[in-house]
Design a binder for this molecule. Structure first.
Ligand code: ADP
Ligand code: MG
Length: 492
């Protein structure tokens, strides 16, 4: 009996030892994976680094391109488009107006009643997501879909929004793509960006296309202002705050607009505006510079995108792309460092599967075991049982990509401040600069939003930072378009 017991004990001991050895080997493998992944992470951090000196170079390059884009049509990657808005809302606007805001993901329709100094009395919204197949189909299909939604929205109009008999409804059309405007209410599409690609639309007047679709759908609405979302946000922001001077969108894509002196626009050959000013839609998404910290992930994302070689700045900073950049880094870690096991998880190979809202949720996970990160890896990428160290690496990748994006966005803002002479304290008269910010990325990605603000403060210094304010202009682009429709109404 005794012998047997001993024998069992020996066998049991061997089993325990073998299991322990397995655990040790497994741990060593994990730590080896993590060490290799950490190397890739370190390389990523180095390549994505945005020290203040680099941001200043980027801001300077932005300023140079702004000058070039204003000098002549096609003079720069920055289109610096003339918006035909030379007067921003004053607060005296009155009447019922409609707005249609076509972004990169959704479109919104709204109805506002402007009541002069007593403000916006009432507004109604309807938000509709754009079916992906319509983003790459025909212009007729896209605009018919939008016009049909507009028809439903107009049909729902309540008594209090009725216009006097014989007066046509008027619409401000916010169109968040590069358009060469010919007047306040017309403009031809230069090219698509974000997820859109409808070749036959390029070169066509977007207002004419919408108007034809509204006629087909039996909607009686006149487009009285065509505005970019940045211009709409600037107008909406100015309505609330007279110091709003710049607008920046950080949503699916990214862009900025600001108020320029008409005399500083050599390519403008139209009549000199009474205000002496003109709003410029920069189309800053297409900015590029040798100072931008581009990585292999950016280069392959760009090469495989719908618009290779274009919108390089946008691809580094905006909501459509941040999650995809994280996915590309994780893919390399999975492939070269076996971060998620012996094989690359199949889902991780799918482009755009990891969206920025999920990246943001992982980045903000404050639980001690990063449970939410584990859940997202499981639910979105079908990667089960991740260890805490793996999750930590994933969060760090999100942090590096978001931080780079936010710091570059702040450098872009510094570029505008420099161009307009608002970047230094020259004398005691420091103009107050309020920047109207909007877009789902800015609104929902807290770490990103804070990083934009902190970086801007770091760049301008504490003293000047007191005179520069970022405000979130919620739905400013739609309301701004309605306000511009009012100031360009056929009835005034
Ligand atoms: P658009 O740019 O299409 O006009 P929005 O301004 O609403 O629309 O921005 C939508 C974009 O904002 C999404 O494509 C996404 O990238 C980003 N976004 C939305 N929600 C979040 C979130 N919770 N965290 C991070 N980014 C988000
Ligand atoms: Mg938008």
């Amino acid at each position: 009996m005794g012998k047997v017991t001993v024998a069992v004990a020996v066998i049991g001991g061997a089993a325990v030892c073998a299991a322990a050895a397995l655990v040790v080997r497994h741990r060593m493998q994990i730590s080896k994976q993590c060490v290799k992944s950490a190397d890739i992470l370190k390389e990523l951090e180095e390549k994505c680094a945005t020290p203040t000196s680099k941001l200043r170079q980027i801001a300077d390059a932005m300023t140079v391109e702004m000058h070039a884009g204003l000098a002549s049509e096609g003079g720069s990657k920055l289109k610096m488009l003339i918006s035909y808005v030379d007067n921003l809302p004053t607060g005296d606007e009155e009447g019922v107006y409609y707005a249609l805001d076509l972004g990169g993901t959704n479109f919104r329709v709204l109805r506002v009643q402007l009541a002069g100094k007593s403000g916006i009395e009432f507004q109604e919204f309807a938000e509709v997501s754009i079916p992906p197949q319509l983003m790459v189909g025909t212009s007729e299909a896209l605009f018919d879909y939008i016009a049909a939604e507009l028809a439903k929205f107009v049909a729902d109009e309540s008594e209090k929004f009725r216009l006097p008999a014989g007066r046509q409804r008027e619409l401000g059309f916010t169109f968040s793509f590069p358009v060469l405007q010919l007047s306040i209410d017309s403009g031809t599409l230069i090219r698509w960006t974000k997820g859109f690609s409808i070749g036959e639309m390029v070169g066509k007047d977007v207002v004419a296309e919408l108007t034809k679709a509204m006629e087909r759908q039996g909607v009686d609405l006149r487009v009285s202002a065509l505005v970019n979302d940045t211009v709409g946000t600037l107008a909406g922001g100015r309505y609330d705050n007279k110091d709003v001077f710049i607008a920046v969108i950080l949503g699916t894509g990214s862009n900025a607009a600001y108020v320029e002196r008409a005399q500083a626009i050599p390519k403008w050959h139209g009549p000199h505006p009474k205000s002496g000013e003109m709003v410029i839609n920069m189309e800053w998404g297409n900015f590029r510079s040798s100072h931008l910290p581009l990585t292999e992930y950016d280069n392959t994302l760009d090469a495989e995108s719908l618009n290779p070689g274009e919108q390089i700045f946008e691809k580094m900073i905006s909501g459509m792309y941040l999650g995809e950049l994280v996915r590309r880094v994780l893919c390399r870690m999975a492939d070269e460092a076996a971060l998620f096991g012996d094989t690359v998880p199949p889902k991780l190979k799918t482009q755009f599967i990891l969206r920025t809202p999920e990246m943001s949720a992982m980045h903000h996970d404050t639980s001690s075991d990063l449970k939410l990160v584990g859940n997202i890896l499981q639910d979105v990428l079908e990667i089960p049982n991740t260890t805490l160290s793996t999750r930590k690496i994933v969060v760090e990748v999100c942090n590096v990509i978001a931080t780079r994006g936010a710091r570059l966005a702040a450098a872009g803002i510094l570029g505008i401040l420099k161009k307009t002479g608002r970047d230094t304290i020259k004398d005691s008269e420091v103009p107050k600069t309020v920047i109207a910010m909007d877009g789902g990325l800015y609104e929902h990605y807290k770490e990103y939003r804070h990083c934009v603000k902190n970086t801007l403060n770091e760049l301008v210094g504490d003293e000047l930072a007191k005179h520069i304010k970022l405000i979130h202009s919620e739905d400013g682009s739609g309301i701004g378009a309605a306000l511009l429709a009012a100031s360009h109404s056929q009835y005034i």
